[in-house]
Design a protein around this ligand. Structure first.
Ligand SMILES: Cc1cc2nc3c(=O)[nH]c(=O)nc-3n(C[C@H](O)[C@H](O)[C@H](O)COP(=O)(O)O)c2cc1C
Length: 178
């Protein structure tokens, strides 16, 4: 499996998990031999605003050859700036954008897993991230949709491809299904 210039061998990925997939956990998992290990989800705004804990979470161990960071953001300009900083400072080899959060307090306001429903904003965020990333591949992770009556994954995939994403990941549940 290739993600832009990266070879993911074997084609097995440690799914990003907020509060779980930090550098220590990734190091423990590495002995089981997956091809790609993604960071915890980091807020684009927290990166732009230099929040110390978030910047610390964006660091990788010397045993981590592919530095893969998952970002969450709702504002295209902020996501673009966060990606630009990570890339300019040579801190990242792969950026994954998270559109999977099912928390009602987030989806109620149109964020997280509900964001692809607002497809113009979704498109702007992916386009902005790809535009800032240069040669660093950007992938997009999303759910099937908000609920069975509001499925968005096919549109989200097509938009991501057209915007230049290197790959997409599908969490094959709706937000309603948690
Ligand atoms: C504790 C926990 C935290 C998670 N946090 C994130 C996250 O920050 N970003 C994300 O894209 N997915 C997150 N997920 C979803 C997983 O990456 C994965 O897509 C999901 O668990 C589906 O895989 P499964 O069916 O094997 O559970 C989280 C899942 C769990 C269990």
């Amino acid at each position: 499996m290739r993600i832009g210039p990266l070879e993911v061998d074997p084609p097995v990925v440690l799914a990003p998990m907020a509060g779980v997939t930090n550098a220590s956990f990734r190091t423990l998992c590495r002995r089981f031999g997956a091809g790609l290990y993604i960071s915890e989800m980091l807020g684009a705004r927290a990166i732009v605003e230099n929040h110390a804990r978030t910047l610390q979470s964006a660091e990788f161990g010397e045993n981590e050859p592919i530095r893969s960071i998952q970002l969450y953001g709702i504002d295209p300009a902020t996501v673009a700036e966060a990606v630009r900083r990570l890339v300019d400072q040579d801190q990242v080899d792969h950026v994954d954008l998270n559109f999977g959060c099912p928390a009602p307090k987030v989806t109620r306001h149109g964020g997280g897993a509900a964001l692809p429903f607002k497809w113009r904003r979704f498109e702007s965020i992916v386009t902005a991230a790809v535009g800032s990333a240069g040669k660093v591949p950007v992938t997009v992770k999303f759910r099937m949709g908000i609920d069975d009556d509001h499925l968005t994954f096919l549109g989200a995939g097509r938009i991501s491809e057209a915007a230049g994403a290197a790959a997409v990941a599908l969490h094959a549940r709706t937000a309603e299904q948690l």
